[in-house]
Ligand binder design. Structure first.
Ligand SMILES: NC(=O)c1ccc[n+]([C@@H]2O[C@H](COP(=O)([O-])OP(=O)(O)OC[C@H]3O[C@@H](n4cnc5c(N)ncnc54)[C@H](O)[C@@H]3O)[C@@H](O)[C@H]2O)c1
Length: 263
């Protein structure tokens, strides 16, 4: 799908990589983008900056806590009412905070389930719409195991499984909605740079600092370029990575248990 003249919705769009997605969409000619984010996210200022750069009413900030189902559905309805349709949904809002792991699961996984289902509801051909694309934001943490943030890592694995399963032809044939996931590697936002105090109390901060210091941080803009690429060409159900600021690449995941190791 080309993004020119399309209407998009990005959760967690006021800051960090989410803001870069919104900006990249507008830069590539999206007609309008709704930024859904928390009331204290400075979203008004983010939307103002984008409207100064790209023209009036291109970006709209909608206060929405994605863990609140009524807020979330109302934000989809408002986007469609304001802009006359919806073509692209990016389920991006996320935290890395194992110290608050129940909230982390609610934001990183439950809300991605809800955002995917709302995407089908508001874009699906079976509901009288035109079809569209849903990008679910996982992480390289969704593809590998690591001892640092076990619950965060599990939520990101769940996003990959959800996307691959909703990304099978059974759903597309009904809805005309493609579902793809993006797994960024370490990226320069507060999620990484301000993670002190966000671990389980069984994981030492020294250990986190040491592990994280070995990874270079890429820019949010390089991830956003990758997401634009997969909106354009990503096959339904596909899983993509952006690392070291390089172009996005697709990864192949096994449909069967990889290897039997014991009887
Ligand atoms: N930074 C990285 O290295 C990295 C790597 C891989 C994946 N990711 C994923 O990318 C996404 C964005 O992360 P980021 O690094 O930009 O983080 P960030 O903290 O800079 O931005 C996250 C945004 O989500 C919003 N948000 C948090 N809780 C919310 C809620 N309940 N409802 C609505 N919005 C909420 C925040 O207000 C913020 O604007 C997350 O899903 C994260 O897991 C980040």
């Amino acid at each position: 799908m080309e993004v020119k003249n399309k209407i998009a919705l990005v959760t967690g769009g006021a800051n960090g990589i989410g803001f870069a997605y919104v900006r990249e969409l507008l830069k590539n000619g999206a007609a309008h983008v709704a930024l859904l984010d928390l009331a204290n996210s400075n979203g008004d200022e983010s939307a103002r900056k984008l409207n100064d750069e790209f023209g009036a009413d291109r970006a709209l900030f909608i206060v929405c806590d994605v863990t609140k189902s009524a807020d979330f559905e109302a934000a989809f309805a408002k986007t469609v009412k304001e802009f006359g349709g919806l073509d692209i949904v990016i389920n991006n809002a996320g935290i890395m905070d194992d110290a608050r792991w129940e909230l982390e699961i609610a934001i990183n996984f439950t809300a991605v389930v809800r955002g995917t289902m709302l995407g089908f509801q508001y874009m699906g051909k079976d509901k009288g719409h035109k079809g569209g694309v849903i990008v679910n934001i996982s992480s390289v943490a969704g593809l590998v195991a690591a001892p640092t943030f076990p619950v965060y890592i599990a939520t990101k694995h769940a996003v990959v499984g959800l996307t691959r399963s909703f990304g099978l032809p059974y759903h597309f044939d009904r809805t005309g909605v493609r579902v793809v996931s993006m797994c960024p590697f370490f990226t320069n936002t507060q999620l990484i740079t301000a993670c002190v105090g966000r671990t389980l109390d069984t994981v030492e901060q020294n250990f986190i600092d040491k592990s994280f210091s070995t990874f270079p941080l890429q820019t949010p803009e390089s991830v956003a370029e990758g997401v634009l690429h997969i909106i354009r060409v990503g096959n339904n159900g596909s899983t993509w990575v952006v690392e070291n600021g390089e172009p996005a690449y697709e990864v192949e995941l096994a449909d069967e248990p990889v290897k039997k190791v014991s009887a």
